[in-house]
Design a protein around this ligand. Sequence first.
Ligand code: COA
Length: 179
Amino acid sequence: MSKIEINELCASPAILGMLSNLLIETVANGGSVSFMHPLQPDAAQAFWSTALAAAARGERIVLGAWDDERLVATVTLLLDCPPNQPHRAEIAKLMTCLSHRGRGVAASLMRAAEELAVKRGRTLLVLDTATDGGASTFYERLGFTLAGEIPDYALKPHGGPTGTRIYWKRIGLHTPSGG
Ligand SMILES: CC(C)(COP(=O)(O)OP(=O)(O)OC[C@H]1O[C@@H](n2cnc3c(N)ncnc32)[C@H](O)[C@@H]1OP(=O)(O)O)[C@@H](O)C(=O)NCCC(=O)NCCS
């Protein structure tokens, strides 16, 4: 595998197409990323179009991992928090294409997202992941702490309920006061 490059994604027809294909493949293979299988290309494009418009307004950062000309993974850093939570950011829509899993691509994306959050003065990251088929172990290895679990929170892409696990991580030079 050639070197993986990570950068911030902006809207273009090519990038929208690659993000949509990645989302469709992820959902088809059971990834809990808010959608049900089969995910139609129009719905996937509409989601990413809205996401990249929000990124253009500075409300989020959509990172892409590239293997040469191919987008192989993505993660979103949500920055648009309520006025009383200016120190917080949220991780969402982390997914790696099947062909590139288990090679550290998602871990690299998470490190890049965390660095960007720190640069923007954020000191707390939160995320959630499905109890059934999610990435709990992956996030715990990256230093996230489990806050708790909500049962029957969502449907899995192919049906059937799953709980969700809420995680948090202090980042940057913040000195914890309460944990
Ligand atoms: C979760 C996901 C993004 C990980 O992508 P990846 O690029 O394969 O992850 P990495 O290779 O960086 O993983 C790093 C480590 O975590 C492990 N890991 C990866 N996914 C894991 C999972 N779902 N559960 C437990 N461990 C996992 C890897 O084996 C690897 O371990 P190693 O360093 O000992 O080899 C990928 O499995 C995926 O796209 N899943 C479907 C979508 C999804 O569930 N996203 C998370 C939603 S919150």
